[in-house]
Design a protein around this ligand. Structure first.
Ligand SMILES: Nc1ncnc2c1ncn2[C@@H]1O[C@H](COP(=O)(O)OP(=O)(O)OP(=O)(O)O)[C@@H](O)[C@H]1O
Length: 350
C-alpha cells in the first residue's frame, strides 16, 4: 500500500501550524520513520493518515486515491499508539480477537477461524503461551507485542506506530525494534513509525523523514541523511557532531579564535556554522604546545575512543590520531579537520 501526503496543513489555533504544507511519498513495502524534536508534528501527521485527525488543507492518498471521505476504520490501517492501552478486562486472546469480533456479522470470520488467526498472531509475536493472561499479568514488552498482534489481526496492509516502544527500557527496545523490522519484511506490509530516538530510526528504517516545526525538512535513507544533510538543522540533529561558528571567505571557513586550520567551504561569504563529526576531528600530539590545544579527557562509547580536547576555551569531541595510544590529560596536541559541513549561520537551527 503506497501513501502520499500532499500539502497537508493542520492548525490547532496557535500561530504556528502543527503541520505546514507537508509532502511525503511512501512506497509500498517501505519502512519509514518520522523523526523530529518534540512538537514537530509527528503524531499529528500519523493521526491524520489514520483518519483520527483532519487536515485544514491538503490531502492523504492511499494507493493513489484520496481518503478524505474514508472513515478511519475503512482505511485498511492498523495502528499501535504508545498510550493506546489494551482492554484490561479482556484476556490477551480476546484483546487480539477484538478487531475481528466487532465486525458486522456478514464480514465476521467464523469463531474457529478467529481462534486460529489469533493463535497464529500470538506465535508471530512470540507469546503463544500468554493467551489466557490479562494485561496486568504480563510485562510492558509483552503488552507491546499484544498491541501489535491486535493491530495486525485485521491484516492491514499499512501499519502506523507511534513511539511503539517508548515506555520500555533500552535493551528491550533494541530487541523489539529489530524484531519489528523482521516482522515488517515477513508480512510484506508498509509501515510508518514515529520516534524521537534517532538510533532507532537510523537502525531500522528504509527512509527517515526528519521533521521540524510542522515540516518535513529531509526525507532520505539513513546514510544519506548522515553524509549529505541538506541543511544545518538536519546536520546538527543527527549523529554526534561538533557545532562550530565560523566565517566563510574565499572558499574557506575560518574559525576565528579557535585553534583550527581553515577548511574548504562552498557557498557565499559570511557568518556560518560548521558541523564536524568526532571521527573527522583528529588530534595528534604537539610536544611544543604551540597549537593551543590540550587533552581534556578520553571517552569510550563502546566502539571508539573519543578524545575531548580543550581548544580556545571550548571542549571539542575528536579522536586520537592512529598510533597515539595513551594520550594523557593536559598533554598538548593539535587538531586536524578531515571533513566539515558548512551552512550559512541564519539557517543553523537556532
Ligand atoms: N489536540 C491538540 N490541540 C492543540 N494543539 C495540539 C493538539 N495536538 C497537537 N497540538 C500541537 O501541535 C504541535 C505538534 O504536535 P505533535 O503531537 O504532532 O508533535 P510530535 O512531534 O508528535 O511531538 P512529541 O514528540 O512531543 O510527541 C505541537 O505544538 C502541539 O502542541
Amino acid at each position: 500500500m503506497s501513501v502520499e501526503v500532499v500539502g497537508l496543513t493542520r492548525r490547532f489555533g496557535g500561530t504556528a501550524p502543527a503541520l505546514d504544507a507537508v509532502n511525503l511519498s511512501v512506497r509500498t513495502g517501505e519502512f519509514v520513520a518520522l523523526l523530529g524534536p518534540s512538537g514537530s508534528g509527528k503524531t499529528t501527521l500519523l493521526r491524520t493518515l489514520a483518519g483520527l485527525d483532519f487536515p485544514d488543507a491538503g490531502e492523504v492518498r492511499i494507493n493513489g486515491r484520496s481518503v478524505a471521505e474514508v472513515a478511519a476504520r475503512h482505511r485498511g490501517i492498523g495502528f499501535v499508539f504508545q498510550h493506546y492501552a489494551l482492554f484490561r478486562h479482556l484476556s490477551v486472546f480476546d484483546n487480539v480477537a477484538f478487531g475481528l469480533e466487532v465486525r458486522p456479522r456478514a464480514e465476521r470470520p467464523r469463531r474457529s477461524e478467529i481462534a486460529a488467526r489469533v493463535r497464529r498472531l500470538l506465535e508471530l509475536v512470540q507469546i503463544p503461551e500468554l493467551e489466557r493472561r490479562y494485561p496486568d499479568q504480563i510485562s510492558g514488552g509483552q503488552r507491546q507485542r499484544v498491541a501489535l498482534a491486535r493491530a495486525l489481526a485485521t491484516e492491514p496492509p499499512l501499519l502506523l506506530l507511534d513511539e511503539p516502544f517508548g515506555a520500555l527500557d533500552a535493551q528491550v527496545r533494541k530487541d523489539l525494534r529489530l524484531w519489528l523490522r523482521g516482522l515488517h519484511e515477513q508480512l510484506g506490509i508498509t509501515s510508518l513509525f514515529v520516534t524521537h530516538d534517532q538510533d532507532e530510526a537510523m537502525e531500522i528504517a528504509d527512509r527517515v523523514a526528519v521533521m521540524r516545526a510542522g515540516r518535513v525538512v529531509q526525507f532520505d535513507e539513513p546514510g544519506v541523511l548522515l553524509d549529505r544533510p541538506t541543511d544545518a538543522f538536519v546536520a546538527g540533529f543527527l549523529g554526534e557532531t561538533n557545532r562550530l561558528r565560523c566565517t566563510v571567505s574565499g572558499g574557506l571557513a575560518h574559525f576565528g579564535e579557535l585553534p583550527l586550520p581553515p577548511v574548504p567551504a562552498e557557498g557565499t561569504d559570511g557568518p556560518a556554522v560548521a558541523f564536524v563529526r568526532p571521527c573527522d576531528l583528529v588530534a595528534e600530539p604537539s610536544p611544543g604546545g604551540s597549537a593551543g590545544c590540550a587533552v581534556h579527557a578520553a571517552r569510550h562509547d563502546g566502539r571508539t575512543t573519543h578524545l575531548l580536547v580543550r581548544a580556545g576555551g571550548v571542549i571539542l569531541d575528536g579522536v586520537p590520531a592512529a598510533g597515539w595510544t595513551s594520550p594523557r590529560r593536559g598533554e598538548p596536541c593539535r587538531l586536524r579537520v578531515q571533513a566539515a559541513r558548512v551552512f550559512p549561520a541564519h539557517g543553523d537551527g537556532g
